[in-house]
Design a protein around this ligand. Structure first.
Ligand SMILES: *Cc1c(COP(=O)(O)O)cnc(C)c1O
Length: 428
C-alpha cells in the first residue's frame, strides 16, 4: 500500500506533509500511517480466510498504545513476549483471551499475570518452563493453557541474528524431542495442552522456508490433535517486507513490473502455498506477523546537522542514530533514505551517520542517495517495525516523539521524552 509519497514537492504520509510535522514537532520523529496498518492487517486476514484462523500481531514490532488500539479495533489478537507487553495490550483495549505469550525466559510474575488475565496460551519453550507453569497454576488453583514451541530445524535464509528455527538457536524444543515433551506435559495436573507453535525467523523474503517448515510440522500437529485434542497450530510470523525501494514498493505498478520469480513475497503467494497444507488439519491457524504489518507503515524523520568531507568519504551527520533505529547496527538492516523535499534527481555517494560515539552508528556507507544538505529533513523509510521499540537513551538522548497519521489528521501518540524525565529516576 502506498501511504508515503511526494505530493507537490514534499513527502507525505497519507494526506499530511512530513515537512509540516517536522516543523511542528521537531526531529527526530517517528511517523506512522494508520491506513497502512489497517491495510496490511486485512491483507493477511483475507489471505487466510479459507482457514479457521486468527492474526495475532507481534507486539514487539511496534507497541505504541494507539497502534495496539487500532489493531484491537480490527479484531486482531496479539503475540506478546513479556508481562509488560500484556499490560500494554490490556491498556489499549485488546483481549487477553486472544493473546499468546512467547519467549524463552518468562518469570514467575509474568506467568502469574498472564494466568490472572486469562491468556489464550502460554507458548512454552522448554520442559523446565512447563513444569514451572504447572506449579504456579497449581498454587493459583487454575489450569494453564499451554502450547510447546517446536524448533523445526529449518533454515529461514535470513540474517543469522533474526533466524530462530535452527537447532543451534535458543528457541523452542527440538523437533526430535517434541513428542516426548507433550507426553510428559500431558501428565502435569495444572496445564491444558492447547496447541502447537513455531516461528522460524524474521524478514523472510521467499515462501520456501515457510513451506518447508509447515510441511515438516503439519503431520506432528495432526498427531497432537489426535492424541491430545489440541485446538490450534501457530505458524509464527516472519513475512518479510521490501526495504529497498520502499517508496516504490507500495505502487502496484512497480510490483507488476518485477520478475514474478524474484519479487518479494505477498500475503496471497504465502497463503497459496501454506493454506493447502494447513487446511486438512482442521485446526485453528494462528499467524503472528509483526514486521509485515508495521514495517512499511512508519518512517523516522531526522534532520541533517552537518556535512563533513573527510579524506576518504563524505559524511552526512544527522540528529538520529543507532540509539533510535538500531536495525543497521544490529543486523545490517537497510533503510531507504529520502529527503522530505522532493529530490531533483541529483545524487551523491555518502555515509549517513548519527551522533553516537560508536563506529557502528551509521545508516549507510558509500551509498548513492538523493542529495540533501544540512538543515534538510530526511526520512528513514520502513522504520515502523523494530524502530521505536528498540530505541534507547544511549549517550543520554531523550526518546523521540511518535505521531499517528490517519487521512488528513495527525496525532501525537507519544510525547517526546524530556531530559528531565530521562534523568529523574537517578539519585546521587
Ligand atoms: C518476533 C516474533 C514474531 C514476529 O516476527 P516478524 O518477523 O516481525 O513477523 C512472531 N512470533 C514470535 C514468537 C516472535 O518472537
Amino acid at each position: 500500500m502506498h501511504s508515503f509519497r511526494y505530493i507537490s514537492g514534499s513527502l507525505h504520509c497519507e494526506d499530511v506533509s512530513l515537512n509540516t510535522l517536522a516543523k511542528e514537532h521537531g526531529t527526530p520523529l517517528y511517523v506512522y500511517s494508520a491506513g497502512t496498518f489497517r491495510d496490511h492487517f486485512s491483507k493477511l486476514d483475507k489471505a487466510l480466510s479459507d482457514l479457521p484462523h486468527e492474526v495475532a500481531y507481534a507486539v514487539k514490532a511496534n507497541s505504541n498504545l494507539s497502534i495496539l488500539r487500532l489493531l484491537a479495533e480490527l479484531g486482531s489478537g496479539f503475540d506478546i513476549v513479556s508481562g509488560g507487553e500484556l499490560l500494554r495490550v490490556i491498556k489499549a483495549g485488546g483481549d487477553p483471551a486472544k493473546c499468546t505469550f512467547a519467549g524463552v525466559g518468562k518469570t514467575r510474575a509474568e506467568i502469574e499475570f498472564a494466568l490472572q488475565h486469562g491468556i489464550y496460551s502460554l507458548n512454552v519453550e522448554s520442559e523446565e518452563e512447563a513444569t514451572f507453569i504447572d506449579q504456579i497454576a497449581g498454587e493459583m488453583g487454575v489450569k494453564a493453557p499451554i502450547a510447546f514451541r517446536v524448533n523445526p530445524n529449518v533454515d529461514a535464509k535470513t540474517h543469522k541474528y533474526i533466524s530462530t528455527g535452527k537447532s543451534e538457536n535458543k528457541f523452542g524444543i527440538d523437533f526430535e524431542s517434541i513428542e516426548d515433551a507433550y507426553a510428559r506435559a500431558a501428565k502435569l495436573k495444572n496445564v491444558t495442552l492447547k496447541g502447537l507453535q513455531m516461528h522460524i525467523g524474521s524478514q523472510l523474503t521467499t515462501v520456501d522456508p515457510f513451506l518447508e517448515a509447515v510441511e515438516k510440522v503439519a503431520p506432528l500437529a495432526a498427531k497432537l490433535k489426535e492424541t491430545y485434542q489440541i485446538e490450534f497450530f501457530s505458524i509464527g510470523g516472519g513475512i518479510g517486507i521490501v526495504y529497498d525501494p520502499a517508496l516504490k514498493s507500495g505502487d502496484p505498478a512497480w510490483w507488476e513490473s518485477q520478475d514474478p520469480e524474484s519479487r518479494p513475497l505477498t500475503p496471497t503467494e504465502y497463503a497459496a502455498n501454506v493454506v493447502p497444507v494447513l487446511k486438512p488439519l482442521d485446526l485453528k491457524i494462528l499467524l503472528e506477523p509483526g514486521r509485515f504489518i508495521a514495517g512499511n507503515a512508519g518512517v523516522l524523520l531526522t534532520k541533517c546537522l552537518y556535512e563533513k568531507k573527510g579524506a576518504a568519504k563524505t559524511f552526512k551527520i544527522i540528529d538520529s542514530g543507532m540509539h533510535q533505529l538500531i536495525r543497521p547496527a544490529l543486523y545490517e538492516g537497510y533503510h531507504e533514505i529520502n529527503p522530505v523535499k522532493e529530490p531533483t534527481g541529483e545524487t551523491e555517494v555518502v555515509d549517513v551517520v548519527g551522533p553516537i560515539c560508536e563506529t557502528g552508528d551509521f545508516f549507510c556507507q558509500d551509498r548513492e542517495v538523493p542529495s540533501f544538505q544540512p538543515g534538510d529533513v530526511i526520512a528513514m523509510m520502513s522504520a515502523g517495525a523494530y524502530g521505536f521499540t528498540m530505541a534507547s537513551t544511549y549517550n543520554t538522548h531523550p526518546l523521540p516523539a511518535e505521531i499517528l497519521v490517519d487521512g488528513s489528521e495527525s496525532r501525537v501518540v507519544r510525547k517526546r521524552q524530556t531530559l528531565k524525565e530521562l534523568i529523574s529516576p537517578e539519585e546521587i
